[in-house]
Structures are given as structure tokens and as C-alpha cells.
Design a protein around this ligand. Structure first.
Ligand SMILES: *Cc1c(COP(=O)(O)O)cnc(C)c1O
Length: 427
């Protein structure tokens, strides 16, 4: 595979941009090598600067659930942009978009749009603290909630891949009120609540963990969090930046039947444009300015082009059969990959929920960050490079999800399985 152009661009980029990238996960740090520079994508395919065609399972880390350059999304961008790209004033599109989110997500009665997932989670924390009048917060080891200071403690995703569980530059005072316990560990949560009664403003959790690789919640885990927070007068925040609109239109909360107090959204909600959102009951959202005392604002929040794309996305995803089809594709990929590993006698596990999955090289179950970290990550790195050479682009890190889109055809999945078999033969 010729990667001359990508290598040239990466050399230039590293002189101009830290590490050559505008977000660390893109730099291939945990698998090594030169990241591919892409210039075009359509449906399930993505093309790099050297003209190599790959089947894309990164899908912009989730947003491209309809596939790249979907016609409904492209016409939404064009029609909106012609009328101006930002007004800094209310628009009808924001009202329509809010209606779609409120109708889709069971626990959201009122929603505020922001410009990224990070903005959604940091605002949700501020809201929980404002509403409860408490300072402490709780998160889980390997839970990634964007790069807010208070949340960069034992964070997963690229922070984990880089071995910087705690970022430099975070004022210790911002992180000192962040309590941390392993994912799927209800006893740990109970203990922290017992040690800090009526002091914890909220638990923030990915209801399906996606940033230590995909790790589903154990049976009863989310219900337990809901019961513990309710009893203590604390709030439960579901960070559905990945799981929202991914596993069902109503997100993970609609699948597991657990209602959080606040939900954070991002990624799919903007369909590839910068959108995040946080929402909850009218009572809790009444705390947000200008209705209430918690200040939060954004010059480009609810941007008309981004809202138009969000509306197009949610309308497409609301069509019948979409999530059944996504789950069918996810299951076919899981089955094929699992068979390929078995055939090659390589110990591996595929964790999957719907169209989200992660391949771990281990014979043991992966249920939290410890078990995810204990897998054979060198083998993952070698597998990654080998399957890229076969024309398949999975996430360049063990601690990320593969995203299957509606545009992935049965043929793409069959090709992926063949590519995996060839890649395994080289390990
Ligand atoms: C990606 C992600 C975020 C941060 O979203 P950005 O748009 O990258 O700021 C927050 N939470 C989760 C679960 C994520 O996967």
C-alpha cells in the first residue's frame, strides 16, 4: 500500500500542529506508524491522499451512522448554508431539532444545544452542581467524557492509549472532588456514597462504555446507579455522546429502561457537524440561564447549518427498521470476526451492542478498564496494520469502538471478514 502522500503530509503537519493532529486519537500513537490522511468518503468507503480505498469502521468516531456523504445530509447543508451560516439569534431549525430530540429520548423534556460532546458533559456537571448545591462528582475508570478538567481523571479513549490518565495542566483543585471507581462495580459506588453522604452532586456514566473499547453494562448496574443516586438526592448523568441515537433512537436509556436525570448527546446528533446537547426534566433544565442561575452560552450553539444536518439525521434515523438493520449488520460482523479468530486459533473476544463493537485479544471477559488493559494490545496493533493493508480501517486504538453504519453492505462485511482472516495469517 503506497502511503507516500500521507507520510509527506504528516511530516509537514508535525511542524505546524502538535503531533500533526487536531485530536490525539488520530495520531496512531497506540498502534504506531503514520496516520492516513483522508480526502474523500462516500457510504462505507473512505479514500486516502494516495488514492487507497478502505472500508471505514471509524465513521468519524460515530457520527456517520448513515454512511458518509448521505444525500439527505448533503442537501440539508446546501439548503441551510445558502441562507447564511450563522445568525447568533433564534431560528425555527432549533425548535424543530429540539422537538425531535425530546420526542426521541425518553428522559429529556427540555434540551440545550452546544457545539461538542465536551461542552455537553462540562455543562451537565455544572448543572448537577447548581441543582444539588453539592461539589463532588463520580465517574468510572476508563470512562471518557471529553476534556473537561474535572473529568480528565482515569479517562479512557486516547488519554488511556497515551498513558496519561491524568492530563498535565489540570489544577488539582478541579480534580480533587472527582471520585472514581471501576465500571460495573456497584459495591464501589455504594462505598463512595457511604463515605460521602449527601455530598455527591452526580454520577456521570457511559451507559454503554465506548472508550475502553465497547463494554456493556452488567445486568442491574444502571438500575443500581439510579437507585443509589435517587436515595442520596444525587443526579444520574448518562453520557450518551456515543450511545445516543446509536443503539436505538432513544439511546441506551430506552434499551435498558433506566431513566437518567440528565443526558449528554454529541457525535450522531450533529451528523458530522459540531453539535452537542444536554437535557433532562423541565425542573432540572429550569436551572439553566436565562431561565435559572446556571450560566452557559455559545456563540455558535444551535448553528443553523448544524441544526439542519441534525434534523436530517434524526428524520432518517426515525424511519422504520433502521436499528434492526444496524444490529443485523453488527451481529454479522461479530459472528464473522469471531469465526475468523477461532479458525486462526487466536484468543479473542468481540464485545458488541447493536452496531458498536470492539475486538479484544484475550481469552477472558472484558467488563472494565482493568480487564480491557490486560488484553494483548501489541497483537491488536499488529492486527490493525495488517487489516489496513487489506483495505479495512478500524479504529487505530484498542480502547475505541468499531462503528458499523447503515451504508455498510453485506458485501463490505464479507470483505472485512476475509481481510481479517488474511491479517490474522500474518500475525
Ligand atoms: C467523544 C465523546 C465525548 C466528547 O465529545 P467531543 O465532541 O469529542 O468533545 C464525550 N463523551 C463520550 C462518551 C464520547 O465518546
Amino acid at each position: 500500500m503506497d502511503t507516500t502522500r500521507s507520510q509527506e503530509l504528516f511530516d509537514r503537519a508535525r511542524e505546524l500542529i502538535p503531533g500533526g493532529v487536531n485530536s490525539p486519537a488520530r495520531a496512531w500513537t497506540s498502534v504506531g506508524g503514520t496516520p492516513l490522511f483522508f480526502n474523500r468518503a462516500k457510504g462505507s468507503k473512505i479514500w486516502d491522499e494516495d488514492g487507497n480505498e478502505l472500508i471505514d469502521y471509524v465513521c468519524s468516531w460515530g457520527p456517520m451512522i448513515l454512511g458518509h456523504a448521505h444525500p439527505a445530509v448533503l442537501s440539508a447543508v446546501q439548503e441551510a448554508a445558502i441562507n447564511g451560516t450563522s445568525f447568533g439569534a433564534p431560528t425555527a431549525a432549533e425548535v424543530r431539532m429540539a422537538e425531535l430530540v425530546v420526542n426521541a429520548v425518553p428522559s429529556i423534556e427540555m434540551v440545550r444545544f452546544v457545539s461538542s460532546g465536551t461542552e455537553a458533559t462540562m455543562s451537565a456537571l455544572r448543572l448537577a452542581r447548581a441543582y444539588t448545591g453539592r461539589n463532588k462528582i463520580m465517574k468510572f475508570v476508563g470512562g471518557y467524557h471529553g476534556h473537561d478538567d474535572a473529568l480528565l481523571v482515569s479517562a479512557g479513549s486516547a488519554a488511556a492509549g497515551h498513558g496519561i490518565p491524568d492530563s498535565a495542566g489540570v489544577h488539582p483543585d478541579y480534580a480533587k472532588d472527582t471520585l472514581v471507581t471501576p465500571y460495573n462495580d456497584l459495591a464501589g459506588v455504594e462505598q463512595l456514597f457511604a463515605e460521602n453522604p449527601s455530598q455527591i452532586a452526580c454520577i456521570i456514566v457511559e451507559p454503554i462504555a465506548g472508550n475502553m473499547g465497547v463494554v456493556p453494562p452488567n445486568e442491574g448496574f444502571l438500575e443500581g446507579l439510579s437507585a443509589i443516586t435517587e436515595k442520596d438526592g444525587s443526579l444520574l448523568i448518562f453520557d450518551e455522546v456515543i450511545s445516543g441515537f446509536r443503539t436505538a433512537l432513544g439511546g441506551a436509556q430506552s434499551i435498558y429502561g433506566v431513566s437518567p436525570d440528565i443526558t449528554c448527546l454529541g457525535k450522531i446528533v450533529g451528523g458530522g457537524l459540531p453539535v452537542g446537547a444536554y437535557g433532562g426534566s423541565k425542573e432540572i433544565m429550569g436551572t439553566v440561564a436565562p431561565l435559572g442561575p446556571m450560566y452557559q452560552a455559545g456563540t455558535l450553539s444551535g448553528n443553523p447549518v448544524a441544526m439542519a444536518v441534525g434534523i436530517a439525521m434524526l428524520e432518517e434515523l426515525g424511519k422504520p427498521g433502521v436499528y434492526e438493520e444496524l444490529a443485523r449488520k453488527g451481529a454479522a460482523l461479530e459472528k464473522g470476526l469471531s469465526e475468523a479468530f477461532a479458525e486462526a486459533e487466536v484468543p479473542a473476544r468481540v464485545n458488541r451492542v447493536g452496531s458498536l463493537l470492539t475486538v479484544f485479544f484475550t481469552g477472558d471477559p472484558v467488563s472494565d478498564m482493568d480487564s480491557a488493559s490486560a488484553t494483548d494490545r501489541d497483537k491488536f496493533a499488529r492486527f490493525f496494520h495488517a487489516i489496513v493493508a487489506e483495505g479495512v480501517y478500524p479504529p487505530p486504538s484498542q480502547f475505541e469502538a468499531w462503528f458499523v453504519s447503515l451504508a455498510h453492505t453485506d458485501q463490505d462485511i464479507a470483505k472485512t471478514i476475509t481481510a481479517a482472516k488474511r491479517a490474522l495469517a500474518t500475525l
